[in-house]
Design a protein around this ligand. Structure first.
Ligand code: PXL
Length: 290
């Protein structure tokens, strides 16, 4: 049997309102020509960023049977991509999933979703943070934001923007297991009103930096958007720096498009207005060695 469409197993929550997790991952990867097979970790009425009293349905007790069915079907995936998790036990379940299905995949991405702006998300406990340190050892690529990188490293937030220290942080994260470490939302070049993504590839020992305009606002789900484009781009065969450029360019366009409107930020970026941009080539390869 020949199937030209690549598949990603996406282990994330489904939040009904406020564009994040599966509601952005599915349209982005579908637009990039990749089939998303969701493993829903929980269902929420909204994401947890700025909403209160949301309904949180933890699917931990159903996940093992859900995955057991997939194991019986002998499915395989070109990539496994995990994000928001609902409980400590789910982290073990994801590790088992990676051990079983990861052998046939091109790469495994763990986005260690835990918090932002120096704080943990409401449903994340200290035990989950501890456990996330184990999960990243199963990944080929990790994509923490600066807050999550500080949690993984037991460092103070914000991280100091000293080049040597940043490289040391990236080395230490790579020592935890992943070959490629990507830290987002780094105010490295903030004096030039830029925000940076800084990455390290342990395979060829090169560091990369991609800057984009800093926009003084916050939309939930932008980390999921960044990581989804990265997964799609790497599956299309892009190099790491090109995948970084593509992801930064798309996320930045989505934020800028939305920022022009007077709008409730909790609804996330206006993805539907920019989705078609994913089919355009990267206009300007904005990466540089770091
Ligand atoms: O975008 C990360 C994310 C995913 N899922 C849920 C969240 C958040 C961030 O707030 O609350 C439920």
């Amino acid at each position: 049997m020949k199937n030209p469409v690549k598949k990603v197993a996406a282990i994330h929550d489904m939040s009904g309102f406020g564009r994040s997790s599966l509601t952005v991952i599915i349209p982005i990867l579908s637009t990039m020509g990749i089939q998303v097979c969701p493993v829903p970790t929980s269902i929420l009425s909204t994401h947890t960023g700025g909403f209160t009293d949301y309904k949180f349905i933890d699917l931990t007790e159903h996940l093992e049977e859900y995955i057991a069915h997939w194991k019986k079907l002998d499915l395989n995936f070109n990539s496994i991509y995990s994000g928001f998790l609902g409980s400590v036990k789910q982290i073990d379940i994801v590790a088992d999933f990676i051990n079983f299905f990861g052998k046939d995949s091109e790469f495994v991405v763990v986005d260690p979703v835990m918090g932002d702006d120096g704080k943990k998300y409401a449903t994340y406990t200290d035990d989950m943070v501890k456990k996330m340190k184990e999960l990243v050892s199963h990944a080929d690529i990790i994509t923490p934001n600066m807050t999550e990188a500080a949690f993984l490293l037991n460092e103070e937030y914000p991280l100091k923007m000293d080049k040597k220290l940043i490289k040391n942080h990236l080395y230490r994260l790579a020592d935890m297991g992943p070959e490629i470490v990507i830290i987002t939302s780094m105010p490295y070049n903030i004096s030039a009103k830029k925000t940076s993504v800084i990455a390290y590839n342990n395979y060829d020992e090169r560091f990369w930096r991609v800057d984009c305009d800093y926009i003084p606002t916050f939309y939930p789900g932008t980390g999921d958007i960044f990581a989804s484009v990265l997964v799609g781009s790497m599956l299309q065969g892009d190099s790491l720096p090109l995948a970084l450029s593509r992801s930064v360019q798309f996320t930045s366009t989505a934020i800028k498009t939305t920022y022009g409107y007077d709008y409730d930020n909790r609804d996330g970026v206006m993805l539907e207005r920019v989705l078609e941009n994913l089919k355009a080539p990267v206009i300007n390869h904005s990466y540089e060695l770091f």
